[in-house]
Design a protein around this ligand. Structure first.
Ligand code: HEM
Length: 135
């Protein structure tokens, strides 16, 4: 069991760093977006990478929870809630892009500010949880 826990915590950390990296790349791509169609094409390629990183965190977290016989700490509960919320935020961000009304004036700017709020929230909460776990 200990080996499973030890291996998962290392992979969990790489998953967390991967998530932070994916969010930063998403923010840069969003800031540089000038054409919504080109941006949407890039997002269709890049979103599965983000989804994979979230899956790595959820999977390794679940393995660790099993290894420690489901003895939940406050930190674990907050991580699980936020890990699940992150899926919801990513779906919301993608749905906003998919159902964007291109005839609307400023559709790109409106999408950018809505998506940026989601990405900034994801970034700061992930960073806050990580700093908290390492303190
Ligand atoms: C985005 C969400 C998450 C972030 C940012 C995050 C971050 C972290 C960090 C930084 C650590 C410390 C690693 C270390 O000490 O080397 C950790 C440990 C841990 N995480 Fe997460 N995590 C997340 C989601 C989850 C989820 C969804 C679960 C459970 C399903 C989970 C379960 C755990 C467990 C069990 C530990 C080991 C500490 C302990 O035994 O309580 N995490 N996490």
């Amino acid at each position: 069991m200990n080996e499973m826990y030890d291996m998962s915590i290392v992979t969990h950390n790489f998953g967390v760093m991967g998530i932070l990296g994916v969010i930063l790349v998403n923010i840069v791509m969003l800031l540089r977006a000038q054409n919504i169609r080109i941006y949407a094409k890039k997002m269709r390629v890049f979103m599965p990478i983000g989804a994979t990183m979230i899956a790595v965190i959820l999977f390794t977290g679940s393995v660790m929870m099993a290894a420690k016989h489901l003895s939940f700490t406050v930190e674990n509960i907050i991580m699980i809630v936020f890990g699940t919320l992150m899926i919801f935020f990513e779906i919301t961000r993608y749905k906003k892009l998919k159902h964007l009304d291109l005839s609307e004036e400023n559709h790109l700017q409106n999408y950018k500010s809505a998506a940026m709020r989601i990405l900034q929230f994801e970034f700061f909460v992930t960073l806050a949880i990580s700093v908290w776990m390492f303190i």
